[in-house]
Design a protein around this ligand. Structure first.
Ligand SMILES: [Zn+2]
Length: 219
């Protein structure tokens, strides 16, 4: 379980700069899971084909600092339990943290492989089998290293009723994007799952080439 870093505690009037209207909430339902009982909401983008799924729990209030995570879809990690990365474990640990706290939200962003799609991700894995790291593999395939955008994720959190957020993330780009979109980040909650041997190299690359805030003591 990660340590917590307080960064700023000024939460006065909220989210005046938030732009809204680019996503639509389509349906909300109950979703009991192995890690607790949640609500699940479906959103769609009004500016692209993108769809979003949000798991949340508890009352969503703008004035209450609330645990949130933007989780980027990783089919291999989230569904198949791949040990090449730490995505599935981060997702499930986040669900446990929110369940324990009794309040929080996870926006599940369906941008597989940092936006390159599942087929390209597996092409990149094939290159990684020959020794390339996650960044080199994308470059060799002529693909961007990171295509993700987070603006609509911020809008979804606002639409759910949030403003002051405690973001569970090690990715400084996500933090900056949520803040630029208008949310108030009152805390960054770091998350480090125990790295498997397979994931150690991947996590080192994330830290060294993608600027993730990891200390990697265990790997
Ligand atoms: Zn992954």
């Amino acid at each position: 379980m990660g340590t917590q870093t307080s960064e700023n505690s000024a939460f006065g009037t909220c989210c005046e700069s938030m732009e809204t209207g680019s996503v639509e909430r389509v349906a909300v339902a109950n979703l009991p899971t192995e890690w607790g009982d949640f609500r699940v909401a479906a959103y769609r983008s009004l500016t692209s084909d993108e769809e979003f799924v949000v798991l949340f729990k508890g009352e969503m209030r703008r004035d209450v600092p609330t645990l949130v995570r933007i989780h980027s879809q990783c089919l291999t990690g989230d569904v198949f339990g791949s040990t090449k990365c730490d995505c599935g474990r981060q997702l499930h640990q986040t669900m446990q943290m929110i369940n324990q706290e009794g309040r929080g939200a996870i926006v599940y962003q369906q941008q597989e492989g940092r936006g390159i799609g599942i087929v390209n991700k597996i092409r990149a894995y094939a290159l990684q089998d020959q020794g390339a790291d996650t960044v080199e593999a994308n470059v060799r395939l002529g693909l961007e290293v990171d295509l993700r955008e987070y603006k609509q994720c911020a809008e979804i959190l606002y639409d759910l009723g949030l403003c002051n957020v405690k973001v569970i993330s090690n990715n400084p780009l996500k933090l900056r994007a949520l803040e630029e979109a208008g949310l108030k980040i009152v805390e960054r909650v770091s998350i480090e799952v125990d790295a498997t041997e397979d994931a150690a190299g991947y996590l080192r690359t994330k830290k060294e080439k993608l600027g993730h805030l990891l200390d990697l003591k265990r790997s």
